[in-house]
Design a protein around this ligand. Structure first.
Ligand code: ATP
Length: 453
């Protein structure tokens, strides 16, 4: 069993006391799991177009760190929601747990057996117990096959029952998932999107699995249909004693279906807690930003609130320390400078603006007035800020006394500010993971953020 490393420096681990928290024993235990893709395995073979270089093409040699040291438990009978922005590694994590992808490192214990070490017939045997449902019910059903054959296919593959037994079971399952068993001979095109996802459910259930990874199973459906399918999934969970890992980017779907929620960002789990605890008392700035960017239902407020700033960094070269730090509105000030919270806010805002080149060059006094309304801080931090202002202002010695947008000077100012401030923060220096006192429920609440140190 892995150590409780929530005092910092390691991934969020939930594996020890989870079993005391009520909902049941751990059915799946993921421990230090990594899945790296060699860059050449991507769609463009690791070739990236970068117009800032000559020639404007770069060949990436570093691997894509899609899942990078992830540890957590899934308890028997629960639904663990897995949420995060597109590209943060949710699908890769789900597929690696099921061993559809080979892990780069780490262990996946399923009912005590390490799936990471299984291969050949042992792995095939295990596969009937663990199933996956995908997002797109259209493309995951063979249009030339009848519904009955689709549902029976996994039973055939695992040599389950005789032909009559398989047909009976398929019809029984069609009814259980809310379809008419008389539609056994129909083709998929005769069904709506929601009904097709129900066919997928019947298919996954045919081999009597205990654990199902559901990868965005309702994302392609109309909102009105989503709740119906989710309700059916909950009923099936109770009736068949299923455990779900439920992947979604939609927080309202996650809130509907989950018992606990894991939040993923750029290959890491950054927060894990019981559902109510997570939604009512989000601890990680990334979770807070995700929750704040849920569109407001009020039609007068068409804007989304607190939308996340900037782009998700590349998983080939993720930021050191906390991966969210490059976008985090709560980046911690380096202890080497004596800055008030307001001064640090200004310094951080200025650093970001220079880094992203979000303003045009202007006289130094104007830049000071725009970014440091309350005055440039004193001391060493202030001297660094002044040096950066010199580099990007239009009327200073470094700015050559004329309006200039010399890219090299902006780059120099960026490395000065980022190197002196952002990179010097504890957020850049150490990988965080701390346990937070839960306010709702009695489960553990883990958040990978130095703010909780
Ligand atoms: N076969 C592959 N080869 C190379 N890179 C890959 C491969 N599969 C996924 N990736 C990369 O791994 C990262 C994680 O992708 P993944 O699909 O797991 O994210 P996700 O959170 O499920 O996103 P989405 O919600 O858009 O499906 C992305 O940067 C993606 O481009």
């Amino acid at each position: 069993m892995s150590s409780d490393s929530t005092r910092g420096g390691e991934s969020v681990r939930q594996d020890q006391t989870d079993q005391d928290a009520g909902t049941g024993e751990a059915m799946v235990r993921v421990d230090g799991l990594k899945k790296y893709f060699s860059s050449s395995s991507g769609m463009f073979g690791g070739v990236t177009v970068d117009t800032s270089t000559f020639p404007p093409i770069r060949v990436e040699r570093e691997p894509v760190k899609a899942v990078d040291d992830v540890s957590f438990d899934i308890r028997e009978g629960e639904t663990l929601g897995l949420v995060g922005e597109s590209g943060c590694g949710k699908s890769t994590l789900g597929r690696t747990i099921l061993r559809l992808l080979t892990p780069t490192d780490g262990n996946i214990y399923y009912k005590g057996r390490n799936l990471a070490e299984l291969s050949g017939s042992d792995l095939r045997e295990m596969r009937s117990d663990i199933q996956m449902i995908f997002q797109d019910p259209q493309s995951s059903l063979d249009p030339r096959m009848r519904v009955g054959d689709i549902v029976e296919e996994p039973m055939n593959a695992h040599g389950m029952l005789d032909a009559e037994g398989r047909e009976d079971r398929a019809k029984m399952l069609l009814e259980k998932v809310g379809l008419d068993p008389h539609h056994y001979n129909r083709f998929p095109h005769a069904f709506s999107g929601g009904q097709r996802q129900r066919i997928n459910l019947a298919r996954a259930l045919s081999v009597d699995p205990d654990f199902i990874v559901c990868d965005e199973p309702v994302s392609a459906l109309d909102v009105s249909i989503q709740a119906q399918v989710l309700n059916t999934m909950e009923e099936l969970q109770d009736e068949f004693g299923l455990t779900y890992l439920f992947i979604a980017h939609d927080l309202s779907v996650i809130r509907h279906i989950s018992d606990r929620v894991a939040v993923m960002y750029l290959g890491n789990i950054v927060e894990l807690a019981e559902k109510e605890e997570l939604f009512e008392n989000p601890a990680h700035p990334y979770t807070q930003a995700l929750l704040e960017s849920i569109p407001v239902p009020d039609p007068r407020e068409s804007e989304t609130r607190g939308v996340l700033e900037g782009e998700v960094p590349s998983p080939t070269n993720p930021p050191s320390g906390c991966r969210f730090r490059t976008r985090c509105p709560k980046l911690i000030a380096p202890e080497t400078y004596d800055l008030t919270d307001r001064e640090w806010d200004d310094v951080r805002r200025f650093t970001r603006a220079v880094e992203r080149h979000t303003f045009d060059t202007a006289p130094a006094a104007d830049l000071r007035a725009t970014f440091f309304e309350r005055g440039v801080p004193g001391g060493e931090a202030g001297a660094i800020v002044e040096e950066a202002i010199d580099l990007v202002a239009s009327d200073t010695a470094d700015g050559d006394g004329k309006h200039t947008d010399d890219r090299m000077k902006w780059d120099e100012a960026t490395s000065l500010l980022v190197g002196s401030f952002a990179e010097a923060s504890i957020c850049a220096r150490e990988r965080p993971a701390y346990e937070v006192e839960p306010e709702y429920g009695d489960g553990r609440h883990v958040s990978a953020c130095h703010l909780h140190q």
